[in-house]
Design a protein around this ligand. Structure first.
Ligand SMILES: Nc1ncnc2c1ncn2[C@@H]1O[C@H](COP(=O)(O)OP(=O)(O)OP(=O)(O)O)[C@@H](O)[C@H]1O
Length: 243
């Protein structure tokens, strides 16, 4: 495998980020939100990204999952330099390899929960009936099979979040990226979702990155990265002292 494009990338890394910088323009002002992030995410690990509001967590994971271009720097996901791909190849790469759960669930309002959860399978060409059946198995694991025929508007916030989680996991992607996946859930449902993320997303050839403020689940992390003002200030198996 060619590792020349990104310095020091282990071929087995799930994600290798080098010098990742992201600027946003607001009026005349340019704000640098990420300052040259270098990090490797290992397969088989549940990695948490924590940090104050505005520290750049969502920006970082959006870049890692191929939906937000870095201003500078490189990202390699399972050996592919994703921002060197054409737009079509990047869409296909995401479809094949990445599941994401964002704070906005982005469910399609006109189709029911099972069809929403089946979207990645249908996009990959699976027959609709088969895709719905597979999606229902995931809804069952998330304890909301009884909501399968309901429209998103008929579901509570926590139920909608679980449909979004089912949609992210249904095609068994190698990389799962989640922004606050337990935010709308009670403690038991939150644990259940974390167990499922571990079960589905963490295997030798897979990885899962979770942005969370939820200290109820910190003990489940294999690795915790703390982001402060767009820089990684802590990288360890636990939270830094005093947190
Ligand atoms: N599209 C954008 N245009 C301008 N500024 C942006 C944009 N997206 C993010 N920002 C700014 O970048 C900074 C980091 O945002 P980001 O959402 O990555 O932080 P975060 O750590 O995920 O915060 P939170 O925990 O509140 O979700 C913030 O100051 C935010 O206002």
């Amino acid at each position: 495998m060619d590792t020349s494009a990104i310095g020091g990338c282990a071929p087995e890394a799930a994600i290798c980020a080098r010098g990742v910088t992201r600027d946003f323009t607001s009026g005349q002002q340019v704000i640098t939100v990420l300052h040259g992030i270098d990090v490797d995410i290992q397969p088989g690990e549940l990695t948490f990204v924590v940090g104050e509001s505005g520290s750049g967590k969502t920006t970082l994971i959006s870049i890692m999952c191929g939906i937000l271009w870095p201003t500078k720097g490189d990202i390699r996901v399972f050996g592919t330099d994703i921002y060197d791909l054409s737009d079509t190849d990047l869409v296909n790469f995401r479809l094949e390899n990445i599941g994401f759960i964002f704070q906005q669930y982005n469910l399609i309002p006109s189709i029911d929960a099972a069809s929403n959860a089946a979207v990645p399978l249908i996009a990959k060409g699976m027959d609709r009936i088969e895709a719905r059946e597979k999606a229902k198995l995931m809804l069952e694991k998330l304890n909301i099979l009884d909501q399968a025929d309901k429209l998103p508007s008929q579901l509570s916030g926590g139920q909608q979040q679980r449909v979004a989680i089912a949609r992210a996991l249904v095609h068994e992607p190698r990389l799962v990226v989640c922004d606050e996946p337990t935010a709308a859930l009670d403690a038991n449902s939150g644990r259940r979702v974390m167990d499922l993320l571990r079960e589905v997303a963490v295997a030798e050839d897979r990885a899962c990155i979770i942005v969370t403020h939820d200290n109820r689940v910190f003990d489940l992390a294999d690795r915790i990265l703390v982001l402060e003002d767009g820089k990684i200030t802590h990288d360890g198996t636990d939270m830094p002292d005093g947190h």
